[in-house]
Write a protein that binds this ligand. Sequence first.
Ligand SMILES: Nc1ncnc2c1ncn2[C@@H]1O[C@H](COP(=O)(O)OP(=O)(O)OP(=O)(O)O)[C@@H](O)[C@H]1O
Ligand SMILES: [Mg+2]
Length: 532
Amino acid sequence: MAPQIKTREGKKGELFSEDKRKLDVRTSNIEAAKAVADVIRTSLGPRGMDKMVQCADGEVIITNDGATILNKMRVTQPAAKMLVELSKSQDVVAGDGTTSVSVICGSLLNTTLELINSGIHPTVISDAFNKAQAKSLEILKDMAIPVASDDRESLIRCATTSLSSKVVSQYSNLLSPMAVDCVLNISEEGRPENVDLRNVKIIKKLGGTVDDSELVDGLVLDQRASKSAGGPSKVPNAKIGLIQFCISPPKTDMDNSIVVSDYTQMDRILKEERKYILGIVKKIRASGCNCLLIQKSILRDAVTDIALHYLAKAKILVVRDVAREDIEYISKTLNCLPIAHVDHMKPEKLGFASMVASTPTGSSSVVKITGIKGKGRTASVLMRGSNKLVLDEADRSLHDALCVIRCLVQQPYQIPGGGAPEIELIRHLKAWSKTLSGMDGHCITAFADALEVIPYTLAENAGLNPIQIVTQLHKLHAEGNKYDGINVRKGTITDMLKEQVVQPLLVSSSAINLASECVRMILKIDDIVPVR
Ligand SMILES: Nc1ncnc2c1ncn2[C@@H]1O[C@H](COP(=O)(O)OP(=O)(O)OP(=O)(O)O)[C@@H](O)[C@H]1O
Ligand SMILES: [Mg+2]
Protein backbone atom coordinates (compact mmCIF):
# COMPACT_ATOMS: atom_id res chain seq x y z
CA MET A 1 0.00 0.00 0.00
CA ALA A 2 1.23 3.47 -0.81
CA PRO A 3 2.40 5.51 2.15
CA GLN A 4 -0.25 7.86 3.40
CA ILE A 5 1.60 11.08 3.82
CA LYS A 6 -0.18 13.98 5.31
CA THR A 7 1.53 17.02 3.87
CA ARG A 8 1.02 20.26 5.62
CA GLU A 9 0.09 23.21 3.46
CA GLY A 10 3.07 25.43 4.00
CA LYS A 11 3.35 29.15 3.54
CA LYS A 12 4.26 30.38 0.13
CA GLY A 13 7.81 29.33 -0.72
CA GLU A 14 8.07 26.94 2.21
CA LEU A 15 9.03 23.46 1.02
CA PHE A 16 9.42 21.77 4.36
CA SER A 17 6.82 19.21 5.18
CA GLU A 18 7.09 17.96 8.72
CA ASP A 19 5.28 14.66 8.42
CA LYS A 20 7.06 13.56 5.30
CA ARG A 21 10.41 14.22 6.90
CA LYS A 22 9.51 12.18 9.96
CA LEU A 23 8.35 9.37 7.81
CA ASP A 24 11.56 9.57 5.84
CA VAL A 25 13.71 9.45 8.95
CA ARG A 26 11.79 6.48 10.25
CA THR A 27 11.89 4.67 6.95
CA SER A 28 15.59 5.25 6.42
CA ASN A 29 16.33 4.08 9.97
CA ILE A 30 14.34 0.93 9.48
CA GLU A 31 15.85 0.24 6.08
CA ALA A 32 19.38 0.67 7.41
CA ALA A 33 18.80 -1.67 10.33
CA LYS A 34 17.13 -4.20 8.05
CA ALA A 35 20.10 -4.14 5.72
CA VAL A 36 22.39 -5.10 8.60
CA ALA A 37 20.08 -7.94 9.62
CA ASP A 38 20.01 -9.20 6.04
CA VAL A 39 23.78 -9.52 5.96
CA ILE A 40 23.85 -12.21 8.61
CA ARG A 41 20.59 -13.92 7.74
CA THR A 42 22.45 -16.50 5.68
CA SER A 43 24.55 -17.63 8.65
CA LEU A 44 21.58 -18.80 10.72
CA GLY A 45 21.34 -22.45 11.57
CA PRO A 46 23.51 -25.55 11.24
CA ARG A 47 23.51 -25.28 7.47
CA GLY A 48 24.12 -21.54 7.52
CA MET A 49 27.08 -20.05 5.74
CA ASP A 50 30.17 -18.72 7.46
CA LYS A 51 31.57 -15.27 6.92
CA MET A 52 35.10 -14.25 6.21
CA VAL A 53 35.63 -10.94 7.90
CA GLN A 54 38.48 -8.79 6.70
CA CYS A 55 39.48 -6.13 9.17
CA ALA A 56 41.05 -2.81 8.21
CA ASP A 57 44.41 -3.89 9.65
CA GLY A 58 44.54 -6.89 7.33
CA GLU A 59 43.43 -9.42 9.93
CA VAL A 60 41.09 -12.08 8.59
CA ILE A 61 38.68 -14.11 10.66
CA ILE A 62 36.26 -16.84 9.66
CA THR A 63 33.21 -17.04 11.85
CA ASN A 64 29.56 -17.97 12.12
CA ASP A 65 28.94 -15.99 15.26
CA GLY A 66 26.46 -13.19 14.69
CA ALA A 67 27.88 -10.93 17.39
CA THR A 68 31.41 -11.26 16.05
CA ILE A 69 30.39 -10.49 12.46
CA LEU A 70 28.35 -7.46 13.45
CA ASN A 71 30.97 -6.25 15.87
CA LYS A 72 33.59 -6.15 13.14
CA MET A 73 31.28 -4.46 10.65
CA ARG A 74 31.94 -0.78 10.06
CA VAL A 75 28.47 0.64 10.51
CA THR A 76 27.87 4.38 10.60
CA GLN A 77 24.10 4.75 10.40
CA PRO A 78 22.89 5.24 13.99
CA ALA A 79 19.90 2.90 13.70
CA ALA A 80 22.04 0.22 12.10
CA LYS A 81 24.42 0.64 15.03
CA MET A 82 21.54 -0.17 17.34
CA LEU A 83 21.29 -3.54 15.69
CA VAL A 84 24.96 -4.16 16.35
CA GLU A 85 24.39 -3.19 19.97
CA LEU A 86 21.39 -5.49 20.08
CA SER A 87 23.49 -8.44 19.05
CA LYS A 88 26.10 -7.47 21.65
CA SER A 89 23.50 -7.34 24.40
CA GLN A 90 22.28 -10.79 23.45
CA ASP A 91 25.88 -11.93 23.68
CA VAL A 92 26.12 -10.54 27.19
CA VAL A 93 22.75 -11.83 28.40
CA ALA A 94 22.69 -15.25 26.79
CA GLY A 95 25.91 -15.67 24.78
CA ASP A 96 24.16 -17.61 22.03
CA GLY A 97 21.36 -16.62 19.67
CA THR A 98 23.10 -13.49 18.47
CA THR A 99 22.23 -14.21 14.85
CA SER A 100 18.62 -15.08 15.67
CA VAL A 101 18.09 -11.85 17.59
CA SER A 102 19.22 -9.71 14.65
CA VAL A 103 17.21 -11.72 12.15
CA ILE A 104 14.06 -11.46 14.28
CA CYS A 105 14.65 -7.74 14.72
CA GLY A 106 15.05 -7.26 10.95
CA SER A 107 11.83 -9.12 10.29
CA LEU A 108 9.91 -7.17 12.94
CA LEU A 109 11.19 -3.94 11.42
CA ASN A 110 9.92 -5.03 8.05
CA THR A 111 6.52 -5.62 9.60
CA THR A 112 6.45 -2.23 11.28
CA LEU A 113 7.16 -0.58 7.97
CA GLU A 114 4.11 -2.26 6.48
CA LEU A 115 2.00 -1.34 9.49
CA ILE A 116 3.08 2.30 9.34
CA ASN A 117 2.39 2.38 5.63
CA SER A 118 -1.09 1.10 6.25
CA GLY A 119 -1.68 4.12 8.43
CA ILE A 120 -1.21 2.84 11.97
CA HIS A 121 0.48 5.21 14.38
CA PRO A 122 3.93 4.06 15.60
CA THR A 123 2.94 4.38 19.25
CA VAL A 124 0.03 2.01 18.72
CA ILE A 125 2.35 -0.48 17.04
CA SER A 126 4.89 -0.13 19.82
CA ASP A 127 2.31 -0.77 22.55
CA ALA A 128 0.93 -3.80 20.73
CA PHE A 129 4.43 -5.21 20.29
CA ASN A 130 5.02 -4.76 23.97
CA LYS A 131 1.98 -6.88 24.75
CA ALA A 132 3.00 -9.48 22.18
CA GLN A 133 6.47 -9.65 23.72
CA ALA A 134 5.10 -10.33 27.19
CA LYS A 135 2.72 -12.96 25.87
CA SER A 136 5.52 -14.63 23.87
CA LEU A 137 7.56 -15.09 27.02
CA GLU A 138 4.61 -16.78 28.69
CA ILE A 139 4.11 -19.10 25.72
CA LEU A 140 7.78 -20.04 25.64
CA LYS A 141 7.77 -20.70 29.38
CA ASP A 142 4.75 -22.96 28.93
CA MET A 143 6.45 -25.14 26.36
CA ALA A 144 9.76 -25.30 28.23
CA ILE A 145 10.99 -28.51 29.81
CA PRO A 146 12.83 -28.36 33.16
CA VAL A 147 16.45 -29.53 33.28
CA ALA A 148 18.14 -30.61 36.48
CA SER A 149 21.48 -28.87 36.87
CA ASP A 150 23.19 -32.22 37.45
CA ASP A 151 21.61 -33.80 34.37
CA ARG A 152 24.84 -33.93 32.42
CA GLU A 153 23.33 -35.53 29.31
CA SER A 154 20.77 -32.76 28.81
CA LEU A 155 23.38 -30.09 29.30
CA ILE A 156 25.63 -31.74 26.75
CA ARG A 157 22.75 -31.89 24.25
CA CYS A 158 22.16 -28.15 24.54
CA ALA A 159 25.85 -27.43 24.09
CA THR A 160 25.89 -29.67 21.02
CA THR A 161 22.97 -27.77 19.48
CA SER A 162 24.78 -24.52 20.00
CA LEU A 163 27.97 -25.92 18.48
CA SER A 164 26.17 -27.55 15.55
CA SER A 165 26.02 -24.28 13.65
CA LYS A 166 29.70 -23.49 14.10
CA VAL A 167 32.70 -24.06 11.87
CA VAL A 168 34.05 -26.51 14.45
CA SER A 169 30.79 -28.48 14.74
CA GLN A 170 32.57 -31.72 13.85
CA TYR A 171 34.39 -31.51 17.17
CA SER A 172 31.25 -31.07 19.25
CA ASN A 173 31.72 -34.58 20.72
CA LEU A 174 34.75 -33.22 22.49
CA LEU A 175 33.82 -29.59 23.04
CA SER A 176 30.30 -30.09 24.46
CA PRO A 177 31.29 -32.26 27.46
CA MET A 178 34.24 -29.92 27.94
CA ALA A 179 31.95 -26.89 28.15
CA VAL A 180 29.64 -28.70 30.58
CA ASP A 181 32.51 -29.74 32.82
CA CYS A 182 33.96 -26.24 32.79
CA VAL A 183 30.73 -24.64 33.94
CA LEU A 184 30.02 -27.35 36.51
CA ASN A 185 33.56 -26.83 37.82
CA ILE A 186 33.11 -23.12 38.33
CA SER A 187 29.52 -23.02 39.51
CA GLU A 188 28.73 -23.07 43.19
CA GLU A 189 25.88 -25.17 44.38
CA GLY A 190 22.89 -23.15 45.46
CA ARG A 191 24.19 -19.98 43.82
CA PRO A 192 23.32 -20.31 40.14
CA GLU A 193 23.59 -16.58 39.53
CA ASN A 194 27.25 -16.74 40.42
CA VAL A 195 28.60 -18.37 37.28
CA ASP A 196 31.42 -16.11 36.17
CA LEU A 197 32.92 -17.24 32.88
CA ARG A 198 36.06 -15.23 33.63
CA ASN A 199 36.97 -18.19 35.81
CA VAL A 200 37.41 -20.29 32.69
CA LYS A 201 40.79 -19.69 31.14
CA ILE A 202 41.29 -20.77 27.56
CA ILE A 203 44.90 -21.03 26.47
CA LYS A 204 45.25 -21.20 22.70
CA LYS A 205 48.21 -23.00 21.16
CA LEU A 206 48.88 -23.47 17.50
CA GLY A 207 49.62 -26.98 16.28
CA GLY A 208 47.65 -30.20 16.34
CA THR A 209 43.91 -30.22 15.71
CA VAL A 210 40.94 -29.16 17.79
CA ASP A 211 40.67 -32.84 18.75
CA ASP A 212 43.85 -32.46 20.81
CA SER A 213 42.26 -29.82 23.02
CA GLU A 214 41.86 -30.78 26.63
CA LEU A 215 40.32 -29.64 29.85
CA VAL A 216 43.19 -29.68 32.32
CA ASP A 217 42.38 -30.61 35.88
CA GLY A 218 44.50 -27.89 37.34
CA LEU A 219 46.12 -24.83 35.84
CA VAL A 220 47.77 -24.16 32.50
CA LEU A 221 50.13 -21.26 32.06
CA ASP A 222 50.86 -19.86 28.64
CA GLN A 223 54.52 -19.27 29.57
CA ARG A 224 57.33 -21.78 29.52
CA ALA A 225 59.53 -22.60 32.47
CA SER A 226 62.68 -20.53 32.35
CA LYS A 227 65.50 -22.88 31.45
CA SER A 228 68.29 -20.53 30.41
CA ALA A 229 70.18 -21.06 33.66
CA GLY A 230 69.58 -24.82 33.76
CA GLY A 231 66.76 -24.82 36.29
CA PRO A 232 64.34 -27.73 36.57
CA SER A 233 61.40 -28.00 34.16
CA LYS A 234 59.50 -30.49 36.26
CA VAL A 235 58.85 -30.42 39.98
CA PRO A 236 56.89 -33.07 41.85
CA ASN A 237 55.28 -32.08 45.18
CA ALA A 238 55.56 -28.44 44.33
CA LYS A 239 55.19 -25.60 46.76
CA ILE A 240 54.23 -22.70 44.58
CA GLY A 241 54.89 -19.07 45.31
CA LEU A 242 53.13 -16.38 43.30
CA ILE A 243 55.33 -13.32 43.69
CA GLN A 244 54.81 -9.73 42.69
CA PHE A 245 58.21 -8.38 43.69
CA CYS A 246 61.33 -8.27 41.53
CA ILE A 247 64.46 -10.35 42.02
CA SER A 248 66.78 -7.77 40.54
CA PRO A 249 68.92 -4.88 41.83
CA PRO A 250 66.80 -1.93 42.98
CA LYS A 251 66.66 1.19 40.89
CA THR A 252 66.45 4.79 41.99
CA ASP A 253 63.39 6.81 41.17
CA MET A 254 65.33 9.28 39.02
CA ASP A 255 67.78 8.71 36.24
CA ASN A 256 71.16 8.10 37.74
CA SER A 257 74.62 7.33 36.52
CA ILE A 258 77.50 5.82 38.42
CA VAL A 259 81.01 6.50 37.31
CA VAL A 260 83.21 3.50 37.93
CA SER A 261 86.88 4.37 37.72
CA ASP A 262 88.62 1.09 38.46
CA TYR A 263 88.13 -2.66 38.54
CA THR A 264 87.97 -3.00 42.31
CA GLN A 265 84.98 -0.67 42.39
CA MET A 266 83.30 -2.66 39.64
CA ASP A 267 83.92 -5.89 41.52
CA ARG A 268 82.37 -4.37 44.60
CA ILE A 269 79.24 -3.37 42.69
CA LEU A 270 78.85 -6.83 41.24
CA LYS A 271 79.49 -8.42 44.59
CA GLU A 272 76.87 -6.24 46.24
CA GLU A 273 74.39 -7.17 43.53
CA ARG A 274 75.09 -10.86 43.97
CA LYS A 275 74.77 -10.57 47.72
CA TYR A 276 71.49 -8.72 47.44
CA ILE A 277 69.99 -11.26 45.06
CA LEU A 278 71.36 -14.23 46.98
CA GLY A 279 69.67 -12.82 50.07
CA ILE A 280 66.31 -12.78 48.29
CA VAL A 281 66.75 -16.28 46.87
CA LYS A 282 67.71 -17.61 50.32
CA LYS A 283 64.54 -16.19 51.81
CA ILE A 284 62.52 -17.79 49.04
CA ARG A 285 64.25 -21.09 49.59
CA ALA A 286 63.73 -20.84 53.32
CA SER A 287 59.98 -20.70 52.87
CA GLY A 288 60.16 -24.14 51.22
CA CYS A 289 59.08 -22.80 47.85
CA ASN A 290 60.30 -24.83 44.88
CA CYS A 291 58.22 -23.31 42.11
CA LEU A 292 58.08 -19.58 41.51
CA LEU A 293 55.57 -17.70 39.38
CA ILE A 294 56.89 -14.19 38.84
CA GLN A 295 54.65 -11.31 37.83
CA LYS A 296 55.86 -9.22 34.93
CA SER A 297 57.19 -5.85 36.01
CA ILE A 298 56.99 -2.69 33.94
CA LEU A 299 59.54 -0.76 35.96
CA ARG A 300 62.55 -3.05 35.81
CA ASP A 301 63.52 -6.63 35.10
CA ALA A 302 61.38 -8.87 37.26
CA VAL A 303 64.23 -11.34 37.38
CA THR A 304 67.82 -10.99 36.19
CA ASP A 305 70.19 -13.58 34.78
CA ILE A 306 72.08 -13.83 38.06
CA ALA A 307 68.83 -14.37 39.91
CA LEU A 308 67.87 -17.12 37.48
CA HIS A 309 71.24 -18.71 38.07
CA TYR A 310 70.81 -18.78 41.85
CA LEU A 311 67.21 -19.97 41.55
CA ALA A 312 68.34 -22.78 39.26
CA LYS A 313 70.98 -23.78 41.80
CA ALA A 314 68.32 -23.85 44.49
CA LYS A 315 66.34 -26.21 42.20
CA ILE A 316 63.44 -23.79 41.93
CA LEU A 317 61.30 -23.91 38.82
CA VAL A 318 60.74 -20.39 37.50
CA VAL A 319 57.89 -19.14 35.34
CA ARG A 320 58.34 -15.49 34.47
CA ASP A 321 56.18 -12.86 32.78
CA VAL A 322 52.93 -13.76 34.51
CA ALA A 323 50.50 -11.02 33.53
CA ARG A 324 49.08 -8.73 36.21
CA GLU A 325 45.48 -9.52 35.19
CA ASP A 326 46.08 -13.27 35.60
CA ILE A 327 47.18 -12.98 39.22
CA GLU A 328 43.67 -13.15 40.66
CA TYR A 329 42.78 -16.19 38.58
CA ILE A 330 46.02 -18.00 39.45
CA SER A 331 45.82 -17.31 43.16
CA LYS A 332 42.23 -18.49 43.19
CA THR A 333 43.06 -21.68 41.32
CA LEU A 334 46.16 -22.57 43.29
CA ASN A 335 44.63 -21.62 46.61
CA CYS A 336 47.63 -19.41 47.37
CA LEU A 337 48.15 -15.72 48.07
CA PRO A 338 50.13 -13.34 45.88
CA ILE A 339 53.24 -12.17 47.71
CA ALA A 340 54.18 -8.52 47.31
CA HIS A 341 57.45 -8.48 49.28
CA VAL A 342 60.15 -11.02 49.96
CA ASP A 343 59.70 -10.59 53.72
CA HIS A 344 56.16 -11.90 53.36
CA MET A 345 57.42 -15.13 51.86
CA LYS A 346 55.80 -17.48 54.37
CA PRO A 347 54.91 -21.17 53.91
CA GLU A 348 51.22 -20.48 54.56
CA LYS A 349 51.08 -18.27 51.49
CA LEU A 350 52.24 -20.98 49.12
CA GLY A 351 50.08 -23.26 47.02
CA PHE A 352 50.61 -27.04 46.78
CA ALA A 353 50.45 -29.21 43.69
CA SER A 354 51.51 -32.78 43.10
CA MET A 355 53.15 -31.89 39.79
CA VAL A 356 54.35 -28.81 37.94
CA ALA A 357 55.74 -29.59 34.52
CA SER A 358 56.67 -27.67 31.44
CA THR A 359 55.20 -29.58 28.49
CA PRO A 360 56.13 -28.96 24.87
CA THR A 361 52.99 -28.02 22.95
CA GLY A 362 53.17 -27.25 19.28
CA SER A 363 55.93 -24.78 18.57
CA SER A 364 56.26 -23.62 22.18
CA SER A 365 55.45 -25.06 25.57
CA VAL A 366 53.05 -24.56 28.41
CA VAL A 367 53.38 -25.15 32.12
CA LYS A 368 50.81 -27.52 33.56
CA ILE A 369 50.11 -27.58 37.26
CA THR A 370 48.12 -30.62 38.33
CA GLY A 371 46.99 -32.22 41.57
CA ILE A 372 46.36 -28.89 43.26
CA LYS A 373 45.47 -29.03 46.94
CA GLY A 374 42.25 -27.13 47.65
CA LYS A 375 41.80 -26.05 44.05
CA GLY A 376 39.49 -23.07 43.60
CA ARG A 377 36.40 -23.04 41.41
CA THR A 378 38.11 -22.41 38.10
CA ALA A 379 38.73 -24.30 34.88
CA SER A 380 41.61 -24.29 32.42
CA VAL A 381 41.28 -25.36 28.82
CA LEU A 382 44.18 -25.95 26.51
CA MET A 383 42.81 -25.28 23.04
CA ARG A 384 44.66 -26.57 20.01
CA GLY A 385 44.14 -25.87 16.34
CA SER A 386 45.99 -26.31 13.08
CA ASN A 387 45.79 -22.65 12.15
CA LYS A 388 44.95 -19.37 13.76
CA LEU A 389 41.58 -18.99 12.03
CA VAL A 390 40.33 -22.35 13.31
CA LEU A 391 41.84 -21.78 16.72
CA ASP A 392 40.11 -18.43 17.18
CA GLU A 393 36.78 -19.75 15.94
CA ALA A 394 37.07 -22.77 18.23
CA ASP A 395 37.60 -20.36 21.11
CA ARG A 396 34.52 -18.30 20.16
CA SER A 397 32.42 -21.43 19.69
CA LEU A 398 33.45 -22.83 23.05
CA HIS A 399 32.49 -19.49 24.55
CA ASP A 400 29.01 -19.85 23.04
CA ALA A 401 28.71 -23.37 24.42
CA LEU A 402 29.86 -22.19 27.85
CA CYS A 403 27.27 -19.43 27.76
CA VAL A 404 24.56 -21.93 26.85
CA ILE A 405 25.40 -24.05 29.88
CA ARG A 406 25.54 -20.94 32.03
CA CYS A 407 22.03 -20.06 30.81
CA LEU A 408 20.82 -23.51 31.80
CA VAL A 409 22.38 -23.23 35.24
CA GLN A 410 20.80 -19.83 35.76
CA GLN A 411 17.40 -20.73 34.34
CA PRO A 412 17.04 -24.52 34.22
CA TYR A 413 14.62 -24.84 31.30
CA GLN A 414 15.18 -26.06 27.78
CA ILE A 415 13.03 -25.81 24.66
CA PRO A 416 13.26 -27.61 21.32
CA GLY A 417 15.09 -25.87 18.48
CA GLY A 418 14.79 -26.03 14.73
CA GLY A 419 11.99 -23.46 14.45
CA ALA A 420 9.59 -25.31 16.75
CA PRO A 421 9.30 -22.56 19.38
CA GLU A 422 8.67 -19.90 16.75
CA ILE A 423 5.86 -21.85 15.10
CA GLU A 424 4.32 -22.47 18.49
CA LEU A 425 4.58 -18.75 19.28
CA ILE A 426 2.85 -17.86 16.02
CA ARG A 427 0.02 -20.29 16.70
CA HIS A 428 -0.66 -19.07 20.22
CA LEU A 429 -0.17 -15.38 19.49
CA LYS A 430 -2.59 -15.53 16.58
CA ALA A 431 -5.19 -17.36 18.65
CA TRP A 432 -4.74 -14.78 21.39
CA SER A 433 -4.92 -11.84 19.00
CA LYS A 434 -8.37 -12.96 17.90
CA THR A 435 -9.65 -12.31 21.40
CA LEU A 436 -8.43 -8.73 21.33
CA SER A 437 -10.22 -5.78 19.90
CA GLY A 438 -8.95 -2.71 18.11
CA MET A 439 -5.59 -2.23 16.53
CA ASP A 440 -3.80 -4.50 19.00
CA GLY A 441 -5.14 -7.66 17.43
CA HIS A 442 -3.98 -6.62 13.99
CA CYS A 443 -0.50 -5.61 15.15
CA ILE A 444 -0.03 -8.76 17.22
CA THR A 445 -0.94 -10.93 14.25
CA ALA A 446 1.70 -9.06 12.28
CA PHE A 447 4.19 -9.58 15.12
CA ALA A 448 3.48 -13.30 15.08
CA ASP A 449 3.91 -13.51 11.32
CA ALA A 450 7.27 -11.78 11.58
CA LEU A 451 8.60 -14.62 13.76
CA GLU A 452 8.15 -16.98 10.86
CA VAL A 453 11.49 -15.68 9.62
CA ILE A 454 13.40 -18.15 11.83
CA PRO A 455 11.93 -21.45 10.50
CA TYR A 456 11.78 -19.91 7.02
CA THR A 457 15.46 -18.97 7.07
CA LEU A 458 16.52 -22.27 8.64
CA ALA A 459 14.79 -24.12 5.80
CA GLU A 460 16.12 -21.74 3.18
CA ASN A 461 19.69 -22.03 4.42
CA ALA A 462 19.41 -25.82 4.47
CA GLY A 463 18.45 -25.79 0.79
CA LEU A 464 14.86 -26.85 1.45
CA ASN A 465 11.69 -25.33 0.10
CA PRO A 466 10.88 -22.82 2.85
CA ILE A 467 7.22 -22.22 2.01
CA GLN A 468 6.45 -25.91 1.88
CA ILE A 469 8.31 -26.66 5.10
CA VAL A 470 6.78 -23.77 7.04
CA THR A 471 3.27 -24.63 5.89
CA GLN A 472 3.80 -28.25 6.87
CA LEU A 473 5.12 -27.16 10.26
CA HIS A 474 2.02 -25.04 10.87
CA LYS A 475 -0.14 -28.02 10.01
CA LEU A 476 1.70 -30.39 12.31
CA HIS A 477 1.69 -27.94 15.19
CA ALA A 478 -2.03 -27.34 14.74
CA GLU A 479 -2.46 -31.09 15.07
CA GLY A 480 -0.72 -30.96 18.43
CA ASN A 481 2.85 -31.93 17.58
CA LYS A 482 4.30 -28.97 19.39
CA TYR A 483 7.90 -30.18 19.39
CA ASP A 484 8.12 -30.66 15.63
CA GLY A 485 10.85 -28.69 13.91
CA ILE A 486 13.06 -28.70 10.87
CA ASN A 487 15.50 -31.55 10.71
CA VAL A 488 18.07 -29.82 8.57
CA ARG A 489 20.23 -32.88 8.13
CA LYS A 490 17.50 -35.17 6.82
CA GLY A 491 15.62 -32.36 5.09
CA THR A 492 12.34 -33.24 6.76
CA ILE A 493 10.27 -32.34 9.79
CA THR A 494 10.80 -34.41 12.91
CA ASP A 495 10.26 -34.21 16.64
CA MET A 496 13.11 -32.04 17.87
CA LEU A 497 13.20 -33.61 21.32
CA LYS A 498 13.74 -37.04 19.78
CA GLU A 499 16.40 -35.53 17.53
CA GLN A 500 17.97 -34.07 20.67
CA VAL A 501 18.00 -30.56 19.23
CA VAL A 502 17.37 -28.54 22.37
CA GLN A 503 18.39 -25.07 23.45
CA PRO A 504 18.07 -23.06 26.66
CA LEU A 505 14.86 -21.15 27.21
CA LEU A 506 16.85 -18.09 28.20
CA VAL A 507 18.45 -17.81 24.74
CA SER A 508 15.11 -17.72 22.92
CA SER A 509 13.26 -15.61 25.45
CA SER A 510 16.00 -13.01 25.62
CA ALA A 511 16.17 -12.93 21.80
CA ILE A 512 12.45 -12.10 21.58
CA ASN A 513 12.73 -9.64 24.45
CA LEU A 514 15.70 -7.73 23.13
CA ALA A 515 14.58 -7.76 19.49
CA SER A 516 11.17 -6.34 20.21
CA GLU A 517 12.63 -3.78 22.58
CA CYS A 518 15.04 -2.65 19.88
CA VAL A 519 12.25 -2.42 17.30
CA ARG A 520 10.15 -0.32 19.63
CA MET A 521 13.07 1.98 20.23
CA ILE A 522 13.76 2.46 16.52
CA LEU A 523 10.06 2.94 15.91
CA LYS A 524 9.81 5.80 18.35
CA ILE A 525 12.58 7.81 16.73
CA ASP A 526 11.14 10.37 14.37
CA ASP A 527 14.10 12.63 13.88
CA ILE A 528 17.87 12.57 13.84
CA VAL A 529 19.40 15.66 15.41
CA PRO A 530 23.06 16.08 14.64
CA VAL A 531 24.93 17.89 17.39
CA ARG A 532 28.44 19.09 17.14
N1 LIG B 1 20.53 -29.65 14.46
C1 LIG B 1 19.69 -28.66 14.26
N2 LIG B 1 18.57 -28.85 13.55
C2 LIG B 1 17.71 -27.84 13.36
N3 LIG B 1 17.88 -26.61 13.81
C3 LIG B 1 18.95 -26.34 14.53
C4 LIG B 1 19.92 -27.35 14.80
N4 LIG B 1 20.90 -26.81 15.53
C5 LIG B 1 20.56 -25.52 15.71
N5 LIG B 1 19.40 -25.23 15.13
C6 LIG B 1 18.69 -23.96 15.10
O1 LIG B 1 19.56 -22.98 14.56
C7 LIG B 1 19.33 -21.73 15.18
C8 LIG B 1 20.62 -21.17 15.75
O2 LIG B 1 21.51 -20.95 14.69
P1 LIG B 1 22.94 -20.28 14.95
O3 LIG B 1 23.62 -20.95 16.07
O4 LIG B 1 23.59 -20.20 13.63
O5 LIG B 1 22.58 -18.82 15.33
P2 LIG B 1 22.44 -18.17 16.75
O6 LIG B 1 22.52 -19.17 17.83
O7 LIG B 1 21.21 -17.34 16.68
O8 LIG B 1 23.64 -17.16 16.80
P3 LIG B 1 25.17 -17.40 17.21
O9 LIG B 1 25.35 -18.86 17.46
O10 LIG B 1 25.89 -16.90 16.02
O11 LIG B 1 25.36 -16.56 18.41
C9 LIG B 1 18.34 -21.95 16.30
O12 LIG B 1 17.07 -21.51 15.89
C10 LIG B 1 18.37 -23.46 16.48
O13 LIG B 1 17.11 -23.94 16.90
MG1 LIG C 1 24.18 -20.55 18.06
